[in-house]
Design a protein. Sequence first.
Lengths: 106, 115
Amino acid sequence: ELKVEQNPLFLSMQEGKNYTIYCNYSTTSDRLYWYRQDPGKSLESLFVLLSNGAVKQEGRLMASLDTKARLSTLHITAAVHDLSATYFCSAGKSTFGDGTTLTVKP
Amino acid sequence: DTGVSQDPRHKITKRGQNVTFRCDPISEHNRLYWYRQTLGQGPEFLTYFQNEAQLEKSRLLSDRFSAERPKGSFSTLEIQRTEQGDSAMYLCASSAGHRGVDEQFFGPGTRLTVL
């Protein structure tokens, strides 16, 4: 059974700082997704990673995938308040982690 | 708006009552997913359709839950004899099912409260 673990579960950052969120999954998966969820809202797709070594970037967020290590990372560069949200990774077709709630403080 | 829509957005019911939720996917999407999400947790997979065929159903889903997707368009999720533990956000997502990609687009959700 595929399991997905994220860490940290909660992250408080200063604006302008860098940090990385980690997503580990338990069995082989050919795809990895990252989503963003704002409070009281639904999920918004951020990245789709389909192969080992895949790297995608959008603004201050960069996601990567290492299928051999069963690890994906979401790197935040020079955080701004607008990035405050909960970030989920999902492996396989439909298995989600419990999310990382990010708070960016001035 | 051509995104995924769900109805109703909120539902309050008494324990033991039946409820039905509707999801309208993006029109050209052939895959449709239902999830349940509780506070502080990630979405939990319930079931998945490819066109009108229900291809996968979570083992955690009791027989009080049933889903349909007649004609491969909209879908309904019914919960019979609701229990307080059914209180959650029910999310629907759709995808085009392109080979290897399967990027899912989520609807706004239906928040269920069982009293």
